[in-house]
Design a protein around this ligand. Sequence first.
Ligand code: UGA
Length: 475
Amino acid sequence: EQASDICVSFFGAGYVGLVSSVCLADYCKKVYCLDTDKEKISRLRNLEVPIYEPLLEEKLRRNYESRRLIFLSEDFELAVRESHIVFIAVGTPSRRGDGHADLSYVFSVAESIAEMLPSGYTLIVIKSTVPIGTCSKVQELIKAKTKSSKVQFDVVSNPEFLRQGSAVDNFLHPDRVVIGGCGPMKSLSRTLMETLYSPFVKDKETLLFTSWEEAEMIKYASNAFLATKIQFTNEIADFCQLVNANISVVTRAIGLDERIGHHYLQPGPGFGGSCLPKDIRALVRSAQEYNYSMRLLESVIEGNEVRKRRIAQWIASLASESCIEEDLGTFLHGHHTTHTTTVNIYGKKFGILGLTFKANTDDLRDSPAIFVVQELLSLGARVSVYDPQVKAESVTKYFAAFQGFPLDICDDSYTACQEAEVIAILTEWEEFRDLDWNRLHEVVSRHVIVDTRNLLEPDVISDKGFRYYSVGRPP
Ligand code: UGA
């Protein structure tokens, strides 16, 4: 068998389900992408891609037009009956209150799949990020629900490692593909997964067969490690500032040690997004169920929360002349015992550049920038925001508690910075490197730039007549 003989279904046309189905449709016989959200499905059929992801639109169009990719919001049974492999790729958001992963979507989809399974063999693959032990529960649940003894199935875990902004490329060129719970060599599940991924894996080493629990752990451990690396870098960056050292020089040098590596050593306003914060919380919570405290990771979570608040307060403090000499290091040093800023920023105007949790995405979930804007608004500031991928209507749900507050979403950087006392760069969009600094100089009311992503060259910006602050670098 080849990948082109295989028919697959994806339950969930969210980020992971959509990117994976679009990419697999390049090679498979047929891919069904299923979602109960009728509006989303009808948009997809009109080739409207709901997320900003480079390369996705063009691939989606090609595969949809060639009928290898099919979008359905009902009649899922038809898809399941035809599929050799059925993926579960629904969301596992943080449960309100306790930080646990909410598995209700995964379980309810698993139940309905169980009822649709035809006679013969179907492989069920869990792609959603799920706590350790979930695959085993899903297997039990499906077993209990299947009606006929002619129905045969296996459940395997196949976590995803896609990064927003480069998800298509990550899918096509994976560092590794992890498949958990296939059992012995030549088992049907193993052969099917090997065949499915054969167009994407460069060599046998890239395909890792593990147990269910190992696969589930690998996913969480990867994201927790990345989050830890970022939090570590942020701490070193803050200390660098106190001793007048440059974090970029430090990370370049430590990264040359292959054991450390260069990735995820970029300081910033704290890590965000729909994965790192949620997954690290879920991991810590599930360890607690075994009476185990993951102290390091607990401190990473806490450190990141504190960081977002401090970054907001630092930006606020720079609106006052008396605090103007405070770089982040001094600010943190001076305020290490208190969480509140003493600066009154009531009615002061802040120009915010960037709102997404990182560049090359339109995703606002758990974005440090959203938190910073909320803090500034709570302190009575007027805030204008520009982000290349964010429209006014997409932010409303994040600012539901701030109705009537002076928040403007603008169409360009210059409008956002009009009369600003402080400009703050919160997302590392490339276009912020090439702003017309003379024009910006004219429109603001004070010449202060806070660059929380270390995107700009300090000398260049200072030469343009701005006071420039970044993270972990001497002014
Ligand atoms: C992350 C992982 O990188 C993917 O491997 C994983 O598949 C995905 O979560 C997931 O679980 O679905 P993503 O959420 O797209 O991907 O975000 P990242 O690119 O990892 O960035 C996360 C956050 O860390 C962002 O806020 C980013 O600005 C920040 N970051 C990243 C830094 O502050 N410094 C760095 O050096 C790198």
